[in-house]
Structures are given as C-alpha cells and as structure tokens.
Design a protein around this ligand. Sequence first.
Ligand code: G2I
Length: 452
Amino acid sequence: MPMPRRAAQAFTAVLLAASTVTALSHTAAAADTLGSAAAGKARYFGAAVAANHLGESAYASTLDREFNQVTPENEMKWDATEGTRNTFTFGAADQIVSHAQGLNMKVRGHTLVWHSQLPSWVSGLAATDLRSAMNNHITQVMQHYKGKIYAWDVVNEAYQDGSSGALRSSPFADKLGSGFLEEAFRTARGVDPNAKLCYNDYNTDGVNAKSNAVYAMVKDFKSRGVPIDCVGFQSHFNSASPVPSDYQANLQRFADLGVDVQITELDIEGSGTAQANNYSNVVKACLAVTRCTGLTVWGITDKYSWRSSGTPLLFDSNYGKKPAYDATLAALGGSGTGGGDGGGGNPGGNASCTVSFTRTSDWNDGYNGEVVVKAGSAPINGWTVTLTFTPPQKVASLWNGTAAWDSSGNVMTVRAASYNGSLAAGASTSFGFTAVKNGNNSTPALGACTAS
Ligand code: G2I
C-alpha cells in the first residue's frame, strides 16, 4: 500500500532530521583525536617520539592519527648530536623532524644544555673551553634546525631536588657558575630568534623549594631582559610523586611572570579509573591556565615507556586506548567514536568482529531489524557494519549506532555509538533500526564487520 501523502511528508521530515543529526555528529567527530581536540582549545597535544620506532606501523599510525606535536625522546641530546667534539650527527633527529613536518606537527627541541647524556669529553673541559663548547653546541644544533622548531628546552634540569633551592652539580654549574644559564639563553636567542626558549625541569610541578628556585630565576631573567619565553613542567607522576594539589596554581604563578608554560613529559603510573582521573586533572589544569599552550606525553605506548612497568601512558602495549586516553580526550573537550577498551585493546593487531542479522518484528509496512556485533579473539575499540537496502525501502530510525548513507541512499554504514564501540574479546553488542517497506518486503544484505 503506497504511503498516504501526509505520512510521506512526515517520513521525509524524519529523513531530513536524521541527515541533520548525521551532519552534526560529523562535526563533533572532527575532535575525536587528542590533537584535534587540543587544537579546539588552542593547544597542541604531543608525544615524545623515538626515531627507531617510526618504522613500526602501529606506532607511526597512532602518532600520525592522535598527536600534533613531537619531542624527540633522545635524538637531539648532546650525546646523540655531538658525541665527538665538533662532529655533529643529526640523522636520527632529522628523521623525526621530517616526519613531523610532513604532517604539520610542531617539534620541541630537547635539549641543548643538560648534565645527563653528556659525552665525557664535555665533562673533561676546563672553564673557558667548556664555555665555548657549550655555545658552539647550542649554535650548531639550533642552526641546523633553524625555522623548524617551535620551542627549545635550552637548559634542562639545572636545579637540585630537595629543599636547598641550589643549582645541581654539573660541569656547567661547577665550572661556569650560575651564569651558564643566562649565557645559554642569550646564545640561543641569537641563533634562532623565532624559536621559543624554555627552561624545563621535573619535581617543579607544585609549589616547593625547587620550583621556587626556578621561579626566582625566571623572575630575575624577566627583570633583566634575559631572553626566556617558556617553562616546561615535565610532570612524571607516580605514587611517590603524585599530581600536586597546587599544580594549576603553580602553572599560573609562572604564567603570571610573563612566560608560556607547557606540560612537557607527562606520564602517570597506574591503571584504570585512578590513572584516568589523574590525566583528566592534569589536562584540566592546563586548560585553566591561559598561557599553558600544550601538553606532551612522554611516549605513545606503554611498551616503549622509560617506565614501562608502571604503564604510565595513554595507549597500552598493543596500542589500545586506555581509560586514561578516554579521560584525556574528554577533558580536552573531544568525543571518541569508539571509546576506551579498558586497557586490553588491540586495534593495530588482530582486531576483528562478526555480525548477524535478525528481523525482530514485522507489520504492514515496516519491520525492525537487529544486528548483533561480536568481537573476535581480541578486544576491539570500534566497529563498522554495512547494510544494503532494496529501494524503495527506507530506514526511519536507528538506535545504538551512528548511520551514514552513500549517495544512492540505499547503503547504510553503521558505526558504534559513543558507548558501545569497546568490546572485550568475544563480547557482543547490538544496534537496531526500523525500516519502512514502501511495498518491498526484502531483508537488507548484511556486509562484513570491520573492527578497529
Ligand atoms: O628520564 C626521563 C626523562 C626525564 N627528563 C628528561 C628526559 O630527557 C628524560 O628522558 C629519558 C628517556 O626517556 C630515556 O629513553 O632520558 C633517559 C636518559 O636520561 C633515556 O634513557 C636512555 C637510556 O638511559 C640509555 O641507556 C639508552 O641508550 O635511553 C637511551 C636510548 O634508548
């Protein structure tokens, strides 16, 4: 029986409303990665990257999909770039920089003057020679990357832990005195005036003696016109060193000195909800401080973390999104399409799913269909199923999934809703729809299930 005119008009209205919803959810889907969500808040979201993992496809694809800033984890350090005096090697760091540039990611230069990963020839120099070696190192490395680096960690970890507020012992402090800090920043400004120049440290995340010492240095630099643009807060957290309650206040007091602040090496040991909440709080603190311009996690996957056994990152060893990922994305104002997998996902590996279709009820000119989606032998983070209808059948409504239509209007691609994309190995979910027969009683053809 043909549809009466009024019913047909009402049905058209339903279809229009459905396509409007599709368009809206498409807009929201733009912020379904860490980088895009952060960009929506005028921030970047980055990761420390190791050149020797770039050839691993799941590593590179996770990096490319989620992040819009990178920090070379070791490749720009003194031992990597000038292991022998005045012989510079940039191969591994260049690999990271060109990868990042190809994808329009910002690069943080890490790091020019640091007591660690310092070749022994540097520690052996007497003061005058050390000063010229330091300035030459800054000059050569910054020159090589001139125009390609948004910010440099000019000096890293110069202050002692504990209550002294003093500089730590290092060849630089011991032989050149506290003036090496100022000299390093002045030299750096002369080489690449467009790069932001930062001081970077750990255990400075809350208000304490060490962060007070850094604060005093920044204040002094600002008052005397010594060039400094930013302060990096590494933010390596675990139970012995938790996220401080005055984290945001500490970021804010530095910002109030007239520098940008960044979270530069974020990782938080733990798992599940506790870890997720900590990540969420860190992101919210940064967003609450106008001059907090971005966050970088210290690695992509727990597999390669410097604290691997503490599983401190957002992706598990199989590149599955952890609850910490979901919490971070949510705190950035983004919306996941698949959601986290509780830590056991395996989208880069053998993620798979199967589907089955049941026509659950029929009436004169319509029927309801139900599709059960079942994860294979590995957990999944998302799924996609295609159904092809015979015209003039139309779908009037859909639940527990998100639909997109091809240009013919007959092929419906359904993705998981925000809440039913994550399935444990072997677990099932379902979505359903109401179809209007419009005189054709056939059952839609069910395509294969694709898992992510
Ligand atoms: O220690 C965590 C970070 C603290 N702030 C400064 C960062 O630069 C530092 O990064 C870590 C890297 O994540 C590690 O990957 O710095 C370590 C060295 O201080 C890095 O570890 C070194 C190992 O000690 C070496 O044995 C190894 O050859 O990584 C090297 C390259 O894999």
